[in-house]
Write a protein that binds this ligand. Sequence first.
Ligand code: URA
Ligand code: SF4
Length: 267
Amino acid sequence: MEPEIGKEIRDIALRLATVMESDHDLLPHLRAPIPVPVLVDALAPAPVREPEPAPVREPEPEPVPAHAPVPAAPGTAQPQPPDLSADVLSLRDVVETCARCTLAGTRTRVVFGEGPVGAKVMFVGEGPGEQEDRTGRPFVGPAGQLLDRMIEAMKLGRGDCYIANVVKCRPPGNATPVPEWTVACAPYLERQIELVRPRVLVALGTPAANFLTGTTLGVVRLRGRLHRRGDIPLVVTYHPAALLRDPGLKRFAWEDLKMVMARLRGV
Ligand code: URA
Ligand code: SF4
């Protein structure tokens, strides 16, 4: 087809040139066969320039917050341990408004407990005292200051420990918790232990020891040996308030804390 078109155009041009006899120099060129590609180019509509595509900007990577989990490389996905901090916070929200026992009517603040999920040691006391009731924080009064020194003596910081109580609201006059309160409050401590999953549990004083061992024996009978609560090692020792009243008991408490340290070392 294309040689035909070329020939036709050449013939028209030749006739035109002959008729007009205007440009004799053109005739030899027109008589010569015109190479087809030149013609095709000439007949082709002016190439429409494709508009340059707008440069596609690579999206800026989102800044990764320091605490965001690093995504695993494809094919190496590791199951992440569940982050239970949010569950602790939800539990705290529930306990903050709890009215399951009569202590709800006399407390100033609920003392939920504090410390990190996965704490090495979880200390369990009896219940908030005057300063704890006022501040909403566990073990901040005189007994708390001694507990801080005990933690230091173990070469730990308060931030390594979770600190909670058997009852979350202050018994009036710092009374020893009665079953009505401890039974009502028990599910909260149970859940805290499940969520924190400490390496070692330490019961401070008889009410905590009774709760955690499920016995009614006193500290004198329970201390000095290793117990277990489920799969978590449990050590019973004197409450720091008892140590303040009777400093002669401190050497026994120190023996108990050394057992805790040995468990943390894995011995
Ligand atoms: N005594 C406790 O048993 N718990 C506290 O939080 C403070 C003192
Ligand atoms: Fe609720 Fe426990 Fe306080 Fe009773 S002591 S009101 S059960 S949080």
